[in-house]
Design a protein around this ligand. Structure first.
Ligand code: SAM
Length: 383
């Protein structure tokens, strides 16, 4: 698999994160390439550039000799960027060339209220979620002026009409170019004024009295997912001291576990900063004891042999890459961090074949419930 990325600005070594043995996929896509070619035609000297949703660092590290602020909601992308920055630093230290300024904490942000000053260029890898794109665009409007240029890139199959509509609504006249290598750019020039952030979406989920915060980039943003609904009906009760909601999104699964097991200490983790923040707000609105909230990749730094129960509704994609590799790491991390006798309870679409995977890792798996679409399994750590 190719790891040398030739951007018009510099040559970079780029790896995906999490690092997988026998990785077949490269750490950039043609949308990254088109965006960088477009930017190489502009005069960027002395200009301020905002980069949004850089997946593995291709955009930020190509442009880091300019004045760059890079925003991501993804812990995994932030980690990829840091690992690739270090990798390229090590290459430079050996070869003597320089890739640019060191990216400091101020230039890597994961909260949309951390924009500061005015940006001349905004470079966006289009997110899958339109509600997230809407929040991103509205959060930027106070930080743009009439000469500010917005350039979005995306793979054609993921670009929707709504992306254009949102750019027209918040930014101004929007055009696109011809597709190349299955990707396309969308251009918008700022003609509007500062906009209010979209109304926050909340979900009402009985038996919880308070509406639950569900931030714009969260899984099933507009409504309770049907798999989650089924999982909520099958949360176990037992003598659990510590329960982990792994891939928590708004935290509803862990909150239900706390309701059924009031003695338990809860841990919530997700790779989305918005998710962890939503879970914290929701939990603290419903319970007065302290829980732990962790933004991390799967549960890779969790303490070994420390958990009694893990509840997990795994994702089946990273950015646009579909696969069970994250679920797999979540199962391995669960096995390592469960105490002997501890249980991992997992929900998945019936066709995903989690039973066999769990058997391979835990040596056992038992079906707890199923319906036409979903299956719930337990796997027990026996040794
Ligand atoms: C299918 S959703 C489940 C959300 C929630 N637990 C529920 O059941 O409604 C999967 C969650 O896993 C999170 N996720 C994706 N990749 C992850 C990773 N590498 N580490 C931790 N969480 C991840 C997503 O952000 C998402 O919130």
């Amino acid at each position: 698999m190719k790891t040398t990325f030739q951007s018009p600005f510099k040559s970079l070594e780029l790896k995906r994160f999490p690092v997988r043995p026998r990785e077949l996929l490269q750490a950039w896509d043609s949308a990254d390439e088109l965006l960088l070619v477009e930017l190489s035609r502009a005069d960027l000297i002395g200009k301020r550039i905002a980069i949004i949703n850089d997946h593995f660092g291709a955009l930020t590290l190509s442009l880091n000799s300019f004045d760059v602020t890079s925003y991501t909601d993804s812990f995994v992308s932030a980690k990829a960027l840091a690992c690739n920055r270090d990798l390229n630093q090590a290459v430079e230290d050996q070869g003597g060339s320089t890739t640019g300024r060191d990216l400091n904490a101020n230039s890597l942000i994961h909260d949309l209220d951390q924009w500061s000053g005015v940006y001349d260029f905004v470079v966006i890898q289009l997110p899958k979620s339109n509600s997230f794109l809407e929040e991103i665009l509205s959060s930027l409007t106070p930080h743009l002026r009439s000469s500010s240029k917005i350039i979005c890139g995306g793979m054609i199959k993921y670009i929707s009409k709504t992306s254009f509509e949102l750019l027209e609504k918040y930014i101004g006249p929007t055009t696109t170019n011809l597709a190349q290598k299955k990707a396309r750019l969308i251009f918008a020039s700022f003609e509007k004024g500062p906009a209010a952030l979209p109304e926050k979406v909340t979900l009402s989920v009985p038996p919880f009295d308070q509406p639950l915060v569900n931030a714009s980039n969260l899984f099933s943003h507009g409504k309770l997912d049907i798999g989650t609904r089924f999982f909520l009906e099958h949360i176990p009760s037992g003598n659990f001291e510590t329960i982990l909601d792994l891939g928590c999104a708004n935290g509803i699964i862990g909150m239900m576990a706390k309701r059924i097991n009031p003695q338990a200490k809860l841990i919530f983790c997700d790779e989305s900063y918005q998710a962890v923040q939503s879970a914290r707000l929701n939990y603290e609105g419903a319970y007065s004891d302290e829980a732990q909230f962790v933004c991390t990749n799967c549960y890779e730094n969790g303490i070994s042999d420390s958990l009694d129960l893990v509840l997990c509704n795994p994702p089946f994609h990273q950015h646009n890459t579909v696969g069970d590799f994250i679920a797999l790491q979540m199962f391995h991390d669960s096995f390592r961090t469960l105490k002997k006798g501890g249980v991992l309870r997992v929900i998945g679409n019936s066709h995903l074949g989690y039973a066999l995977t769990l058997k391979r890792i835990f040596g056992n798996s038992t079906m707890v419930a199923s319906n036409q679409k979903f299956v719930i399994f337990d796997a027990v750590k026996l040794f």
